[in-house]
Write a protein that binds this ligand. Sequence first.
Ligand code: SAM
Length: 287
Amino acid sequence: MASLGEPKNTIAILNKYNFVFQKKFGQNFLIDSRVLEKIVEAAGIKEEDLVIEIGPGIGTMTQYLCERVRDVVAVEIDRNLVPILTGDTLKDYSNVTVINEDILKLDINQLVKERNGGRPAKVVANLPYYITTPIIMGLFEAHVPLENITVMVQKEVANRMQAEPGGKDYGALSLAVQYYAKPYIAANVPQNCFIPRPNVASAVIRLTLHKEPPVFAVDEHFMFALIRAAFNQRRKTLVNALANGAGERVSKEAVSDALGRMGLSVTVRGEMLTLADFAQLSNILLE
Ligand code: SAM
């Protein structure tokens, strides 16, 4: 089977099937074998792994995965791609299952349970950028047993996921991701590695899931409500942002008192607080 990491082989497949790219599905196919190798390397895949690939496209990365792991499940929403995958580009592999479904509707917990006996699987993908956050947060919040998620995302989104307190990229997404996983940007990927070329630069990020959350929040939903309120109005002081946006339970006085107990200034902004600070603040406000 000719590698689809070679642009001419990808173009041949696209022409053979008169494939029409669907913008609404975020279809930008990888045509650079070095990038494929980078992703697979960053994911640290092993022969015994179950890998779930989100959005295989014409199967470029799927072929790489099938060569290297025990079991691959590729979930693709576009039914026009299914005959290309099953009848052509993946037909020589017996260790792959193509599921024609919307990843946001699939019970991935059930899938991992059935195919991996509940042992952690890995997710590898060149993600459709229009649903990056729902896909990643969906996997985290459903507590799917995963070792890591290694994905191509918009570079700007990768920066936000990895950001530390104080910078312009730091926000609710950084805190949500870092509550569940340790992010590591493995590569920056320019536009010319895809067809069609996306309008934005991309990056490969690996999210290694924590075995236990790194901080203790009595009520994690409440902590995340505070985080969202803090960054909805990020130019305001935390006291004002929370009093306006975090519901009735949170008064200016209560937040000021809590910040005092934490040794923080009452004029501090949310962007200066670490995840541990938000956890502590939420716990104090619930006392
Ligand atoms: N993996 C291929 C590659 O690297 O060449 C394609 C990546 S392309 C950026 C994203 C893929 O995700 C497309 O094949 C698209 O049809 C698929 N996709 C989009 N939305 C999806 C969804 N909700 N569920 C599953 N697949 C989806």
